[in-house]
Each structure stands twice: as C-alpha cells, then as structure tokens.
Design a protein around this ligand. Structure first.
Ligand SMILES: NC(=O)c1ccc[n+]([C@@H]2O[C@H](COP(=O)([O-])OP(=O)(O)OC[C@H]3O[C@@H](n4cnc5c(N)ncnc54)[C@H](OP(=O)(O)O)[C@@H]3O)[C@@H](O)[C@H]2O)c1
Length: 287
C-alpha cells in the first residue's frame, strides 16, 4: 500500500481516491465480450489491486456484457468502505458483441438497475454518461435529454454523482449548467493529446480527468523515445507512460486495465517512478 500511496490522492465525488486506480474492461473475454478464459485469474487481479491500495475501479455493465460487474461483485463484495466504483451507461451490446447506443430514458434506467444488481449495490457512487453520438470520438450534440434522465435517477437515490465520457469541452460546459460534474473520462495518453487544454481547464475547476486507454488500449503504446527513457530509468515502457500521466496534472486519475497480476504489479509500481525534467521534455515530444 505504501508504494501506491506515492501516486497521491484526489477528490472524486465526495471521496478521496488514490490517483492510481484500475480499469476492469480487460477482465471480460476477447473483444470485451463474454467471460474471460480464466475467471479465477480475473478475481485474483481485482483482489490484488484492492490489497495493494487501489480504491478507484472503473467498470460498465456493457463489458461482457455484465461480466466485469459480476466478477467485481464476486471478488470484492462486501466492498471496502473506501472503494469508489465508477460505472458508465449509454451503450448495449448486440449478439455479436457490437456496441449499440442506448441513450433513451428507459434504456438508461435499465442500465442503472442492471449495474446496481450486478454489482450488488443500492446506490451507484458515480455514473458516467458515455456519449455515443460517435462511438470512437467526442462529437458535438446535445446531451440534455440523457442527462435529465440521469438526474431523475439521482433524485430517486440510485446515483450519487454524475460524470461524462467521450465528450467535448462545450458538452462539459453545458452539462455543468445543469448539474455538478464529478469527473470526465476521455481518450488520452502520451501519444494522444487532443485534450491537453481541457485537462488544464478541468484542473483549474477541481474536476478529475480520467484518461481511458492510458497505455494505448488494445494496441499498447509503442515509441522509441518511450523505450529509451524506460531503459535509462530502469523502468518499463508502461510504467513510464503511467508516470508521465501522473506528472502531467494533479487532477489526472489513472485506470490502467490488465488481466494479468504481473502487469498489475508493474503498473502500480509506476507510483514510485519520478521522471526527471529532461526525460519529461523528451516524452512531451512523443505526440
Ligand atoms: N469511457 C470509455 O469510452 C472507455 C473506453 C475504453 C476503456 N475505458 C476504461 O478505461 C480503462 C483503461 O483502458 P484499457 O484497459 O482499455 O486500456 P489500457 O489501460 O490503455 O491498456 C490495456 C492493455 O494494455 C495491456 N497492458 C496493461 N498493463 C501492461 C503492462 N504492464 N505491460 C504490457 N501490457 C500491459 C493489457 O493487456 P494485459 O491484460 O495482457 O495486461 C491491455 O491489452 C478500461 O479498463 C475501462 O475501464 C473507458
């Protein structure tokens, strides 16, 4: 626990979480569809993450679907008091694993109820509305109707905080006129820097930014600069990529995903890696 404490902590909803967390998406089967090959290993990864001090886990009921939430419940329920489980809604899966937008009030209500049941909770700590206006990237368009539906579920006591995912700065500003926004989860890493200005803006507003695909996602980051820096610091490339994010801004909370206990251990050890200014400068040039 002492080593992950070195990542520091930040306010998420009304909890203080360690900045190194865990993303559960990789625990489902190939293509985030169906069960994993080794469910016992998935349970082990979750338990080892929490034992190491992780108290922020990202999930969604459409991972599997249902699979990662069921694994989280199996591995960790009853949950430690300080564990912040963050889920997301607005998509469902078809019979081949395709990702289908599910934005209506009825679909969002169903998704919240499914998350509650599969996680074994009475209230969801944070629910991110994941925009599906474009599945791959943020796209302008009104999110007022789905946010109104989530606010109603919040009013019913099923959701504590609302966040946003795959969104533009305009959508965040519009949403903040309707309600407090607990966090923003967008695609960002060493090589994918479209949100640089947004991160600084959110930092000034005290809003956590949670990059998804912090290691590059399905195709982990590859860069000779990263390899060279890692070699000089006697670290791994993935540790350098995570340490760079931790040093990028204090409001960045990490949720690297892995299905491997060895990778989990390696990733959490990034909390102790400090990048000297000269190496940071080289890494900043990767994008
Ligand atoms: N809001 C959204 O739209 C959205 C989209 C995507 C993801 N997410 C969330 O963000 C989280 C993080 O994204 P992600 O898991 O897809 O991608 P990621 O964290 O960038 O990378 C995960 C990939 O890197 C590999 N990996 C992890 N640690 C490694 C290490 N130390 N050495 C070598 N390879 C390593 C994993 O394989 P192994 O299993 O073999 O380690 C996996 O293939 C997800 O778990 C999910 O909760 C949200």
């Amino acid at each position: 626990m002492s080593s992950i404490n070195k990542s520091g902590s930040y306010q998420l909803g009304h909890r203080q979480v360690r900045r190194l967390g865990y993303g559960a998406m990789q625990l489902a089967g190939p293509g985030v569809f169906g069960p994993p090959k080794d469910p016992a290993m998935a349970v082990r990864v979750l338990r080892e993450a929490v034992a190491a001090g992780v108290n922020h886990i990202d999930t969604a009921d459409f991972y599997g679907p249902h699979v990662t939430n069921q694994l989280i419940k199996q591995a960790l329920h009853p949950y430690p008091d300080d564990l912040c489980l963050v889920t997301k809604v607005s998509a469902r899966r078809d019979e081949k694993g395709g990702w289908i937008p599910a934005f209506s009030a009825q679909e969002l209500t169903q998704a919240v109820e499914d998350n509650l049941r599969h996680l074994g909770l009475d209230v969801l700590e944070i629910v991110n509305l994941r925009s599906m206006l474009d599945i791959h990237q943020p796209k302008e368009g009104s999110l007022e109707a789905p946010l109104t539906a989530l606010a109603e579920l919040q009013h019913r006591g099923l959701i504590r905080h609302i966040g946003l995912s795959n969104v533009t700065p305009t959508q965040i500003a519009d949403a903040r006129k309707m309600m407090p926004i607990a966090c923003v989860q967008n695609f960002y890493n060493l090589a994918q820097r479209a949100d640089d200005a947004l991160i600084d803006q959110l930092a000034a507003q005290g809003i956590p930014y949670v990059p998804f695909f912090p290691l590059g996602g399905f195709t982990p980051l590859q860069s000779q600069v990263l390899v060279d820096v890692a070699h000089r610091l006697q670290a791994t490339t993935m540790q350098v990529a995570l340490a760079w994010l931790l040093q990028r801004s204090a409001n960045i909370l990490l949720i690297p995903g892995t299905s491997s206990p060895a990778h989990l251990k390696e990733n959490l050890a990034a909390a102790t890696l400090s990048l000297p200014p000269a190496e940071l400068q080289l890494l900043n040039g990767v994008a």
